[in-house]
Every structure is written in C-alpha cells, then in structure tokens.
Design a binder for this molecule. Structure first.
Ligand SMILES: [Ca+2]
Ligand SMILES: [Ca+2]
Length: 443
C-alpha cells in the first residue's frame, strides 16, 4: 500500500539568503549582545543537542573496516549526555542509497544507542554522500526538536561519487542551521572536498587509518567532542602569546622539548636546504632557521620524531599557527596532537602526502586545560625523499583569525542557482530522490 505523506522540507530550493544562521552569527551575537531570534536558538553548547551521524558504508570502506566505523561511532556517542531531555542521537547510513539506521531520539540511553549501532549492517556500493545528506536534512526536518542545536557528523573515507551534489547538499544543510562536521579516514579521504562541505576547516577531523580510528591510545572521539563542544569555551581564553622561529642560537629550539622515549629520532635545526635533493625546503620560512625531519639513512619507514611545546598552564580557546614544508616523493605525515593531564592523546590536525614545494601555513583552534601539552609529530615515509619542515610557530589566547571572520564556504564550482539553470536533469533527480525517500521511509 502506498501512502502519500507530505514532508515539509526544502529539499532542493537554493537558500534565499546568502546569510545563514551559523556559528559566525552566534559569535557576533554573544559579543554584541544583540541576539536575533535565530541566533539565540543556536547555542554552541553540547548539553542539549540533536546529533546525527551520517556514515559512509560504501564499497570503498570495505566490510572488514565497517565494524571499526561502528566502534568509532559508539566512541563518539560515549562523549554525549544521551537522554530524552539532553542529547538525541540518530544515524543515517549510506552507500548507493541512504537509510535511517537509527531514528533521532529513538533510544533514551547510551547503552541502547550503542546496541543499535553495533548491528547496523554493511551496505557496499557507491559513495553517494549527497543521498546521505539529503536523508539527514529530511530527518532533521521531520523529527528534529525545535530550538535545539542540530549537529551532523559525516564519517567517510572520501571520494564522493558526485562531489558537487554533496557540497550543495552540505550547503543547504548549513543554511538550515545544521552544523556539519566531517571525520575523514584513510588515504583516499578528500580534504579539499570536505573543506567545501563545512563552514570552517576546523570542523574536519582527519584520521590516518581505520585502525587509528579505534586505537586504544589515540582518542579521536575526544577530538570530535572538542571540535563540537569546545565551541562553548569560545569566549574563554588566556593572554598567552608564545612563539618560536628557531632563530636564537642561544636557544635554538626555544623551550620546546624533543621526545626521547616514545619516538625513533629527533627534529633537526637547519638553515638553507636539507641534505637530500628534491625534498625539504630551500630556505627557512622566516629568518634563516627552521626544524625538520631528515628522512635519509638510517631512518626507516614509519619512524617518528616528536617535539612538544612547553606546558603553558592556561585554559580556554587558543590558536596555534605555523608554517610547514612537505615536499618530496615519500612525504608521509605531519600531525598535531594534544596530550592531556591524564595522558590521553587527542589528535587535532593531520596532513598526509606531498603538499608542494613552497612553505604553507595553517592555523588550528585548540582548546586547552591546565597541564595540556601540544605535540608535533612527523612520520617518515617509504623513502629518503620525505623531509618535513616547520617554522614560525605561534600560539596565542583567543580564536583563530580565520574563525573570527569565517563565513560559510559557498560551493565554488557552481552556485545552487547555476545548477538549477543548467541542470533540469538535476531537478528531476532531486524530485525522484525525495519521492524515493518518502517511499522507503514512510510507507
Ligand atoms: Ca626524539
Ligand atoms: Ca625561522
């Protein structure tokens, strides 16, 4: 029997306004104290929230990794106060098509949610991330609680089948007040695509391998929680202002600390180019000196060098920025982690593979508790052409500059209106998807 149901979702129409109720607006409202109706509803806190996990179950993930994805999903759930009054959890699973694996708020306790997640079957098929997003938006719209923060976390290994559609759906989701985060795993994860889905690159969590996702040492679920819930410490920070440009001969690595226990080698201070050709920078980013990992003999694949910033004993939101050079055939990984007072490792940032000949810069939002320490880890790849360098490290109290001014990134290839103008087929496609969703879920 086919029942006709009307879902009041704007499933295809382009947002009418270019201004969307995102965290940027919220921040403005907290500082200027002129909240509009929309912004007051969008609390950055995590006590009450509707959280949807959107999980990629495509063939690329592979069945043997699926249980790791489920385990990771449960580790994320463990970070929230699941109850009827506080946090509701829902799960969308997708591959060629999307399914509601767990209705938002269906279960009242973490244990029940966890049991439901444990038995979600692997799908296999194409990576139609846009279908997952479409279903997520429809689900939020139909049973999301009004006036409650809406959070969607995409867990994917990347390579979306139709990137433009996925980016467009992400943009619609954001315009509907859904705060989107992406946890990307494995080497095929497309960072630049994810960056176009989220409003701020700090909402991307990169995970090197499926194994790391469930590592007993690395706590990616803390990183996810920090990115989502740390937003409520946005107005707390310190007057910390620390930097190191490696120029002082008396204190060549400032007060940074080389690891001597858990890694295989040390960072080297250098001026000019590095020892091997076709890898490493030609000169420092600032001044004459920088530090780098020398990938030549005797280094082996997987060797790590860890250097830490001092313990600053400060609390709240801080911004870490630095320049990095990752040039060479065998470039492996540069990573930033936070070691907490309890010894837990929280991954904050990760970059894998060659990034070009030039120095690049980045800034990372970091939420600090007293005793927390920031670690910089470089891993050597499969050959000598893998020198990784850093320079001009800064950490300051407060938000990152990019965050302060960040607006949602609109899709750059095609604006939604353009897609409509030149793609009548897309309209049909969207309409069909909606009909399909209605039939699959409500009949
Ligand atoms: Ca060392
Ligand atoms: Ca320098």
């Amino acid at each position: 029997m086919v029942t006709f149901l009307y879902i009041s979702v704007d499933l295809g129409l382009p947002p009418t306004s270019t201004h969307t109720p995102t965290r940027t607006t919220t921040k403005t409202s907290t500082t200027t104290a002129t909240p509009s109706t929309t912004t007051t509803l969008m609390s950055d806190g995590c006590e009450t929230a509707d959280v949807m996990l959107v999980m990629d179950s495509s063939g690329g993930v592979m069945k043997e990794n699926w249980y790791k994805v489920l385990h990771f999903a449960n580790r994320i759930v463990s970070q929230f106060d699941v109850s009827p009054q506080a946090v509701h959890i829902g799960v969308i699973t997708y591959a060629s098509h999307a399914e509601i694996s767990l209705s938002l708020g269906k279960h009242d306790t973490k244990n029940d949610v966890s049991d439901a997640i444990d038995v979600i079957p692997f799908m296999g098929g194409a990576t139609n991330t846009h279908s997952g997003f479409l279903m997520m938006r429809a689900h939020f719209s139909s049973i999301g609680r009004p006036n409650v923060r809406k959070i969607a976390i995409l867990i994917t290994d990347g390579q979306t089948a139709m990137p433009n559609l996925a980016i467009q759906q992400a943009s619609y989701a954001r315009s509907e007040g859904i705060q989107l985060y992406v946890a990307g795993v494995d080497k095929h994860f497309d960072y630049s695509e994810a960056a176009r889905m989220v409003s701020d690159k700090n909402r991307i969590i990169q995970i090197e391998t499926f194994k790391d996702m469930v590592s007993p040492i690395l706590n990616y679920e803390f990183a996810v929680k920090e990115k989502i819930c740390g937003e409520d410490d946005i107005n707390t920070s310190s007057s910390l202002s620390w930097s190191c440009d490696f120029e002082d001969d008396a204190q060549p690595i400032c007060d940074m600390i080389q690891d001597t226990n858990t890694d295989q080698f040390d960072w080297t201070r250098q001026s000019g180019r590095t020892r091997s050709g076709f890898t490493g920078p030609n000169k420092a980013y600032t001044g004459k000196h920088y530090i780098y990992i020398e990938a030549s003999d005797p280094r082996k694949s997987g060797d790590e060098a860890i250097i830490s910033l001092p313990v600053f004993n400060v609390e709240g939101r801080h911004c870490l920025s630095f320049a990095y050079n990752m040039y060479g055939f065998h470039i492996q990984t540069l990573e930033i982690r936070k070691k907490t007072h309890s010894g837990s490792l929280v991954p904050l940032w990760l970059l894998t593979g060659e990034q070009g000949k030039a120095w690049e810069t980045t800034e990372i939002s970091v939420s600090l508790q007293k005793q927390d320490q920031i670690m910089i880890i470089a891993k050597r790849g499969d050959g000598y052409s893998g020198d990784i360098a850093i320079d001009n490290i800064h950490i300051n109290g407060g938000q990152c500059l990019g965050e302060k001014g960040s607006a949602d990134i609109t899709p750059t290839n095609k604006s939604p209106s353009n897609l409509y103008r030149d793609g009548s087929g897309f309209m049909t496609y969207t309409a069909l998807s909606v009909l399909l969703l209605v039939l699959i879920n409500f009949v």
